[in-house]
Design a protein around this ligand. Structure first.
Ligand SMILES: Nc1ncnc2c1ncn2[C@@H]1O[C@H](COP(=O)(O)OP(=O)(O)OP(=O)(O)O)[C@@H](O)[C@H]1O
Ligand code: SF4
Ligand SMILES: [Mg+2]
Length: 318
């Protein structure tokens, strides 16, 4: 469905480029939920924005992107015009950024359908109401007349989801779609996303800094640290046995009832280095070699990749 090769997203300042995403390569298949997890600033959103052709004007984007077997050229912004909204949909953390405050929410979705599907407005309105009903935006006819400010956060996110999926895109990207919601509504939105993927055989790229959200929803996971994919694994294997010290630390930083020690992900290891491994400055397993040589993302076992010179294979993890 989607293949990303050597993706780089950078920003130039005073003649120097800082890379927010460094040589990322990954793919996602139809019917699959690929989670991207990592701390704030690790490059999750920039990865999504590059795929959607929505990167900031001052960003430098390089790499290769293949969508349904077709190569999309990062230099041709027009390429996304016929894809976005129709073949690719996006759900953001803050639904207010998606919804026009001046339009009733039903109109926002109906007009998206009209524009992309080239159908009459009345038909689009009927389809929008049907979609509202299936997504639990009830009573659909009343809700469709309301403005975003009249809806709760959960309902707004459902409407944003309706706008993203109304044309049944084969790739959906959800960037922190539940971060602003309470846990009950969070579970409902994740269930709706999962149902969409399973019913339409679409691919979902689910971005979150919340390991719980990823564990509960994703099939496979990419772990990002400072712009680098440091680990890739099926979700069960990743949580059972993380291979990268950063993944292990992320998991150890989660509060647990059976443990009273919380690991601070800022305070482990040696001083930060500008060469070598991106995690060296915080890694308790760091050796001199890690500061000199940048590790590559390598296949360790079936379906598992790790970007570390000394991965936490059996017998090594603490
Ligand atoms: N317009 C910009 N100019 C310069 N740097 C930027 C710009 N936008 C993002 N960055 C930098 O790119 C890096 C990656 O940002 P990104 O938004 O992808 O992080 P993220 O993993 O999505 O974090 P969060 O969990 O906080 O959303 C950050 O270090 C950020 O400061
Ligand atoms: S390469 Fe070295 S510093 Fe980097 S994560 Fe692995 S052990 Fe730690
Ligand atoms: Mg982000």
């Amino acid at each position: 469905m989607l293949e990303v090769k050597n993706l780089q997203v950078g920003f130039e300042e005073a003649g120097k480029i800082t890379w927010a995403v460094k040589n990322s390569s990954f793919s996602v298949s139809a019917g699959e939920i690929l989670g991207i997890v990592g701390e704030s600033g690790s490059g999750k959103s920039m990865t999504a924005m590059a795929i959607m052709g929505l990167w900031p004007a001052d960003a430098i984007v390089r790499g290769q992107l293949y969508f349904q077997g077709r190569k999309i050229d990062f230099a041709q912004h027009k390429a996304w015009q016929e894809l976005r909204g129709v073949m690719m949909g996006m759900v953001f953390q803050d639904p207010t950024s998606t919804l026009n405050p001046l339009y009733p929410v039903g109109q926002t979705v109906a007009e998206a359908l009209c524009y992309h599907k080239k159908i009459p407005l009345e038909e689009a309105k009927r389809k929008a109401l049907k979609l509202f009903t299936s997504l639990g935006i009830l009573p659909a006819a009343t809700r469709a007349q309301q403005y975003p400010h009249q809806l709760s956060g959960g309902l707004k996110q459902r409407v944003a989801l309706a706008a993203a999926i109304c044309c049944k895109p084969s790739l959906l990207i959800a960037d922190e779609p539940t971060t602003a919601l309470d846990v009950t509504v969070q579970a409902q939105i994740l269930n709706l996303l999962t149902a969409y993927v399973r019913e339409e055989n679409s691919a979902l790229l689910l971005i979150s800094h919340d390991l719980g959200v990823i564990a509960q929803t994703a099939d496979r996971v990419l772990v990002m640290c400072r712009g680098v994919i440091v680990e890739e694994a099926p979700v069960i294997k990743l949580f059972k046995h993380p291979l990268h010290p950063y993944t292990q630390l992320l998991m150890n930083s989660l509060p647990r009832l059976d443990r009273n020690v919380l690991h601070n992900i800022e305070k482990n290891g040696t001083a930060a280095s500008s060469v070598g491994c991106v995690f060296a400055g915080r890694c308790q397993y760091c050796r001199e070699f890690c500061l000199l040589e940048e590790p590559a993302l390598k296949t360790i076992t079936e379906n598992r990749k790790v970007c570390c010179h000394f991965p936490l294979t059996k017998g090594r993890s603490s």
